[in-house]
Ligand binder design. Structure first.
Ligand SMILES: [Zn+2]
Length: 153
């Protein structure tokens, strides 16, 4: 094992997911949304790394865990720049760039407390009317849930 491989063995994960390019101020939201506080696998957080493209950024590495499209979609609400890199046997298998979906179902609560989705057991349904600012138009009550009001179910 040469010097570089030893270095990698400390920082790399054998199997799992590296979430790269997370804006530094949103790293704890990402941890919460992916429920990584309750993940029994190794979770490594690289905080305030310099990125030429994004300024300060964070990396999260989670061993033996992969995320499905529904979970990746949730991250688009707090970290659109993030990339999900799946690692298998120390090799990068796939890189998934987050895309903000046109519609968001179920995962976000409507901001309007009187909305039918908050009163009855109707799943929420939004159209993303502004992907930059993350403004979500409720299909039922037609109120806008904005970035600062997003609460996950
Ligand atoms: Zn609503």
């Amino acid at each position: 094992m040469n010097k570089e491989q030893r270095h990698l063995s400390v920082t790399a994960i054998e199997n799992g997911t590296v979430i790269d390019h997370i804006p530094a101020n949103n790293v704890f939201k990402v941890l919460r949304i992916l429920d990584l506080e309750n993940n029994n696998n190794m979770v490594l957080i690289g905080d305030n790394l310099d990125s030429k493209k994004y300024g300060k950024k964070c990396i999260i590495k989670v061993s033996n865990t992969y995320f499905d499209a529904n979970e990746i979609n949730k991250i688009s609400l707090v970290a659109t720049s993030a990339t999900f890199i799946e690692i298998n046997n120390f090799e990068v298998v796939t890189k998934k760039q987050i895309e903000v979906p046109d519609q968001i179902h179920t995962i976000v609560k409507c901001f309007n407390p009187n909305c039918i989705t908050n009163v009855e057991s109707v799943p929420s349904w939004f159209t993303v009317v502004d992907k930059e600012q993350m403004r979500l138009l409720c299909h039922y009550c037609e109120k806008i849930t904005s970035k600062n009001n997003i609460v996950f179910r």
